[in-house]
Design a protein around this ligand. Structure first.
Ligand SMILES: [Zn+2]
Length: 307
């Protein structure tokens, strides 16, 4: 019998979900695009449901899911199992890296992951170059970053799902991690994919196997401090390099500091309201309008109330 693990953190992204093949257009509101976005949300939610239902069957009693793709409102929460608590909501252009994560979790699962920028996966993006100890170097994709942040708390990431490329990449971090490849890239925007009915079976089987093997799968602990970032990029051209950041003790602190700076917010300050940006943030039209409304009385004419 599988010994129950009590508490699992599910870190998610959408690009590695079976059927997801190009980025949603967040600027245009045409109906066709709207329908496409909803279709992708349904695929994502259904894969999450496959994973969480398998976790519950394995005796997991507490599941926290982090919706961490872009706008972070991708999961249709009406369709999620009541045992799950969901962290979601766009945090003012700031990446939310494992909010509420700590050493009370027994394991992490990374669902819907994609390959590193510049590598041959479906929609590959993001790369972090990290130096640790005496100048040793490692390049992390987003899954690897989540795994290493969990490793800071000595919590193992036991399963990664996504395309075949990201699966191969995370096995370089932790060779015996469980992986489920739901598709394979033929180009950045073309894949041979399993259909949802199959990807759900594979994910459920992967969850069961990962839970069974969890004691053999080590946390992804980067080598000793000090830690240093030399590059944080989101696109294959790495158009947003960071300054170099260092932390003499903690990989977790390094990442909070570095990403907080790249995105103009301090990660923890940004969780309070009102938000206090450090630099001039990139605002969408709603955020811009809100800021303007704080500065000056309303310029827009009020509509007459309807009869
Ligand atoms: Zn994403």
């Amino acid at each position: 019998m599988i010994m129950a693990i009590m508490k699992v953190y599910v870190h998610t992204d959408i690009e590695g979900v079976a059927g997801y093949i190009y980025h949603e257009d967040r600027l245009q509101g045409e109906l066709a695009k709207h329908e496409h976005v909803w279709r992708m949300k349904r695929l994502f939610t259904a894969e999450l449901h496959a994973a969480t239902s398998a976790l519950l069957q394995c005796g997991v009693r507490e599941i926290v899911v982090n919706d961490s793709h872009g706008p972070a409102d991708n999961l249709i929460y009406e369709e999620i199992h009541p045992a799950v608590r969901l962290i979601h909501g766009p945090s003012t252009r700031m990446p939310m890296w494992l909010p509420r994560f700590d050493d009370s979790f027994d394991a992490m699962i990374c669902l819907g992951m994609h390959a590193m920028a510049g590598t041959k996966g479906v929609l590959p993006h993001t790369r972090l170059d990290i130096e640790y100890g005496d100048g040793k170097q490692i390049a992390l994709n987003e899954a690897g970053l989540a795994m290493a942040l969990a490793g800071h708390f000595r919590v193992p990431a036991i399963l990664v799902t996504g395309d075949a490329t990201v699966c191969a990449q995370v096995r370089q971090y932790v060779p015996n991690i469980e992986t489920v490849a739901v598709k394979e890239a033929l180009s950045p925007y073309t894949a041979i994919t399993h259909v949802p009915r199959k990807s759900h079976q594979l994910i459920k089987a992967g969850v069961r196997k990962a839970v069974r093997r969890r004691k053999q799968i080590h946390p992804f602990v980067l080598g000793p401090p000090p830690y240093r970032t030399t590059l944080i990029g989101s696109t294959p051209g790495f158009d947003r390099p960071s300054d170099v950041f260092e932390d003499s003790r903690s990989f977790w602190d390094l990442i909070q500091k570095a990403l907080g700076s790249v995105y103009d917010y301090d990660l923890y300050d940004a969780q309070t309201w009102p938000l206090v940006p450090r630099g001039e943030p990139i605002l969408n039209k709603h955020e811009r309008a809100y800021r303007e409304s704080l500065k000056s009385p309303r310029k827009t004419r009020r509509k007459k109330p309807r009869a």
